[in-house]
Ligand binder design. Structure first.
Ligand code: NAD
Ligand code: 6OD
Length: 516
């Protein structure tokens, strides 16, 4: 958990810190520092404030992070604005694309550093971060570097009364300075999911990573410098949301558009900020995702799929399944087998032998999740496995450890079923009819993702479109093709990103009409 002001009294040492790689890159020495990255330089906060980045594994200090003041955020936005008209603004699409490929290549070359940084901040298992988070960071740059070179403009031949006609054609222009606000659950993956298309489209960026996970964003600044992205094109400010860097950034009048991933309530606050000046916003928000398991499923696949979709990253993926609806004839067997498989998850440290389940991101988040464990108990849930804090060795007891937890027997009205928990838990409910399952799956304010397990193709085609979510997976979970639209319905967000859909958000399309 990031601790505000833990060592945060203003100090006189608020001077600019030139690019001293060792200072911000993770090392084995204590008192690592993470600075803001503004106009191509690492700088401490001008008010000298900082906060602690705490390890979720054992509660130790990972780094001390410089908190950006209002004036630092202003400097970052000013640098980004200026960079729009510098070499970056003049650069050809192919040169931009080449630079983004170079960023991806450099992430690959510095893979271990990114991996260490991500594991230190999040506590997630090496097996996960090394196959998902960091490779996806590089992949995000590659896909948009290629896409921008291949996206066609549109031409409309128009008939006119004089018979001569007119030619309309579209051109794409960058939107300008983009504020990228990202969460802690997949820090590198989700930040680059927005940074890469924004840069591909020629925008400049001020990114504000989560206060809990600042390290990979900080490293990315160094990579940008190494490959020759001009100063000011990519900036990073660290801090919190309200009355801190997040709010200073989204309220800044020279920010042209805001792209946000995080909680629905934060999304509402940011939408209000975006309304001033009529700025565009893309928001990827919370979820309360359902899976429907039909009796005609492949049970082996459905059982391991459900375990994966509920417990990957300790349940901290916005796409994770917290509600599972199972056809009554297979309910008992499904519950028994899911519980059996869940009990085999190996809880441990990121580098521990065979670890596939780490801690939550922070003690603060664990307190929130444990409150729902309490509510489940009060509302009469049957706890099949988990339900509390696991016994951990003494040296890890300061960490945010929690047990993967499975419940049955709750009413659909329980807060455990209605609200996003964002932890390693799921509730399994029986159903008798297809319509009933669809109704229960849709009976939520959220609409991010859903999963169907069935071997009946007609049923899959019939049910999938009826689920009110941005994506429905059939017989799989979290299989991502980066060209496809990604986003949520209802309270899970506004807009779609991914492939050409990202270009819609990150460019201003202009029509040019030439009378012949
Ligand atoms: P959060 O909303 O608390 O914080 C996200 C970011 O917003 C952080 O960087 C935070 O500092 C910043 N922030 C907070 N208040 C702000 C404000 N008033 N103005 C500007 N910035 C502000 O979310 P979190 O706890 O970091 O992440 C977990 C949430 O994110 C869950 O709800 C999860 O479902 C959601 N999420 C959604 C997706 C998606 O693609 N739909 C992906 C990942 C996470
Ligand atoms: O895979 C992605 O592109 C994406 N945006 C995933 C979001 C995961 C939420 O935690």
């Amino acid at each position: 958990m990031a601790q505000r002001g833990a060592r945060g009294l203003p100090s006189s040492n608020s001077t600019s810190t030139e690019n001293k790689a060792l200072e911000h890159v993770m090392s084995n020495h204590s008192a690592k520092k993470i600075h803001n990255f503004i106009d191509g330089h690492y700088v401490s906060g001008s008010e000298g404030k900082s906060f602690d980045d705490i390890s979720p594994v054992d509660g130790s200090l990972v780094a001390v992070v410089s908190e950006a003041s209002k004036s630092d955020v202003d400097q970052a936005v000013t640098a980004a604005k200026k960079a729009l008209t510098g070499p970056w603004g003049q650069m050809s699409v192919s040169e931009r694309s080449r630079l983004l490929h170079a960023v991806a290549d450099r992430i690959d070359e510095r893979f271990e550093e990114f991996l260490e940084a991500e594991m230190a901040d999040t506590g997630k298992p090496r097996a996960l971060a090394s196959t998902v988070d960091i490779p996806r960071g590089a992949a995000n740059f590659r896909i948009f570097a290629d896409l921008i070179r291949n996206e066609p403009d549109h031409v409309f031949q128009q008939e006119t009364p004089d018979g001569m006609g007119a030619l309309n054609y579209t051109v794409r222009k960058p939107k300008g300075v983009i504020a990228v606000i990202s969460p802690w659950n997949l820090p590198m993956l989700l930040m680059t999911w927005k940074v890469a298309p924004a840069l591909a489209c020629g925008n400049t960026i001020v990114a504000k990573p989560s206060e809990d996970t600042p390290a990979t964003a900080a490293l990315l600044g160094d990579v940008m410098n190494e490959v020759g992205i001009p100063a000011g094109v990519f900036n990073v400010v660290h801090g919190f949301g309200p009355n801190s860097a997040g709010e200073f950034l989204t309220n800044h009048p020279n920010v042209d558009a805001i792209t946000f991933t995080g909680e629905t309530r934060t999304g509402e606050a940011i939408m209000k900020a975006a309304a001033v000046g009529v700025r565009d916003i893309s928001s990827e928000l919370g979820g309360k995702n359902a899976a429907i398991v039909f009796a005609d499923c492949d049970l082996d696949k459905a059982v391991s799929g459900a375990v994966r979709s509920s417990f990957t990253n300790c349940g901290q993926v916005c796409l994770c399944t917290e509600r599972v609806y199972v056809e009554r004839s297979i309910f008992d067997e499904f519950v028994r087998r899911v519980v059996e498989e869940t009990r085999q998850l190996r809880i441990g440290t990121p580098k521990g032998e065979g670890t596939d389940f780490g801690p939550l991101v922070s003690s603060k988040h664990r307190d929130k999740v444990l409150q729902y464990f309490e509510i489940a108990h009060t509302d009469g849930a049957t706890i099949h496995t988990g339900g509390g804090i696991p016994d951990m060795p003494k040296e890890l007891q300061g960490g945010a450890w929690i047990e993967p937890t499975i419940w049955t027997g709750l009413p659909e009205t329980s807060r455990v079923i209605r609200e996003e928990i964002f932890g390693p838990c799921c509730h399994i409910q029986p159903f008798d009819a297809e319509d009933e399952a669809i109704h229960m799956a849709n009976d939520t304010p959220y609409g991010l993702a859903s999963v169907i397990w069935t071997e009946n193709l007609s049923r899959a085609h019939r049910v999938a479109p009826l689920l009110e979510t941005g994506i429905t997976w059939v017989n799989t979970w979290n299989l991502r093709d980066l060209r496809t639209p990604f986003g949520g319905s209802k309270a899970s967000g506004i807009g779609r990103e991914g492939g050409a859909y990202s270009l819609e958000f990150y460019t201003e399309i202009k029509n040019i009409c030439i009378k012949i």
